[in-house]
Design a protein around this ligand. Structure first.
Ligand SMILES: [Zn+2]
Length: 67
């Protein structure tokens, strides 16, 4: 029997974090197109995107995976 944990080619956690980043970016772009955002709203969106990116990079460094 093959060990499923070592045989999985992609990292599920990496995919989850990559998706969260994509979602944060998409939401920011969508809201920006929809209406004019206040400075606070823009800052909040920017903060979320940075956090998502940082989580993804941290995970890659810790886990050694690259998608
Ligand atoms: Zn990983």
């Amino acid at each position: 029997m093959t060990d499923l944990l070592t045989a999985v080619p992609t990292c599920i956690e990496h995919e989850r974090l990559a998706f969260a980043l994509l979602e944060a970016r998409t939401r920011g772009q969508y809201l920006t197109r929809l209406r004019t955002l206040s400075r606070d709203e823009r800052a909040e969106l920017d903060r979320r995107e940075r956090k998502a990116l940082a989580s993804l990079v941290d995970h890659e460094l810790e886990h050694g995976c690259n998608g």
